[in-house]
Design a protein around this ligand. Structure first.
Ligand SMILES: [Zn+2]
Length: 238
């Protein structure tokens, strides 16, 4: 009968015991694995971006209001004072560099383009808030086969009274040879100006004066492709 040597149990136990450094290494590797997995999941399923308000471009080809049945000379819409609708002149918070934009359209006759060398007015210069109704008015007038005449826009000094919104570029004077003044006043109202005055024949001649409120905080010009007056001036330099 063969006798086997006695089995050394203590030696076996010490041989299978995991060294402490190996446990630490295992934990570190596990943590790395979890981090790697999370990173992979985030890359595969990127989080939806925070909702960013999308500025919708207005449709400038359609009127924003119905045509009023009548718009007699020397009446306004709404039938209120201009300052109660468009807001009073506030030059202290007006910045020409920030608020004015340069609008151009070959379908329009711009009075200042036909002025002499001594006249430095620029009828392409309007407040940002006035751009969209102006562009819509151009569309509405052009759709009738007529040509809008822009007689006056931004006037920092000069012909207008001391409270005139022309000083902020928030007012515009227009005429049209092919459309009756009353019809033009209706189109201005339909184009979205906040306050429209059908001015009858006077010292300044019959025309339509229209104005707008300032943009609310955070609002930007809603018609794309517009450049500021400062950018337009820079682009013209050789
Ligand atoms: Zn005016």
């Amino acid at each position: 009968m063969i006798s086997l040597p006695p089995h050394d149990i203590s030696t076996d136990a010490s041989r299978t015991r995991t060294p402490p450094w190996l446990r630490v290494l295992a934990v570190v590797l596990a943590v790395h694995l979890v981090v790697l997995l999370l990173w992979t999941v985030r890359r595969t399923h990127p989080q939806a971006p925070a909702s960013v308000p999308v500025e919708t471009r207005p449709d400038i080809t359609k009127p924003v209001r119905a045509a009023p049945p009548r718009f007699p000379a020397n009446t306004s819409l709404p039938a209120q004072r201009e300052m109660d609708v468009s807001g009073a002149l506030r030059l202290s918070s007006f910045s020409a560099g920030r608020d004015l934009v340069y609008v151009d359209d070959a379908r329009v006759w711009w009075e200042s383009d036909d002025d002499g060398e001594t006249d430095h007015e620029c009828d392409h210069t309007v407040h940002r808030a006035l751009e969209t109704p102006l562009r819509r008015l151009i569309e509405l007038v052009s759709a009738r086969g007529a040509r809008l005449k822009v007689q006056d826009t931004y006037r920092p000094t000069g012909i207008h009274n001391s409270r005139s919104l022309h000083q902020e570029g928030r007012a515009i004077d227009v005429t049209c040879d092919e459309i009756k003044m009353e019809e033009l006043a209706k189109l201005c109202w339909q184009a979205g100006f906040d306050w429209v005055l059908h001015e009858g024949p006077s010292r300044n001649g019959a025309h339509v004066h229209a104005s707008v409120r300032r943009l609310s905080a955070g609002q930007t010009a809603s018609t794309t492709g517009t450049v500021s007056v400062a950018q337009a001036a820079a682009a013209k330099k050789p």
